[in-house]
Design a protein around this ligand. Structure first.
Ligand SMILES: [Zn+2]
Length: 69
């Protein structure tokens, strides 16, 4: 199922959907967290993502610069 970005959707929503689709497999143990979610934290122009693997407990972090575009 795909969610098309709607006009007016925030950049955060679009980035979140992106991560949901492509990055659910833990690089450490290979567990696919099908129901997993990246926790999003926004600080200014920066979005931080955090995901904890339910299988091995590995924590992954991503930081994106959103900026004004
Ligand atoms: Zn894992």
């Amino acid at each position: 199922m795909r969610h098309e970005p709607r006009p007016g959707a925030s950049p955060f929503e679009r980035l979140g959907a992106h991560f949901d689709e492509v990055d659910r497999v833990c690089p450490d143990c290979g567990f696919e967290d099908a129901d997993g979610r990246w926790t999003t934290t926004t600080t200014g122009d920066r979005v931080s993502y955090r995901h904890v693997c339910p299988s091995c407990g590995s924590i992954r972090k991503r930081t994106l610069d959103v900026g004004d575009r």
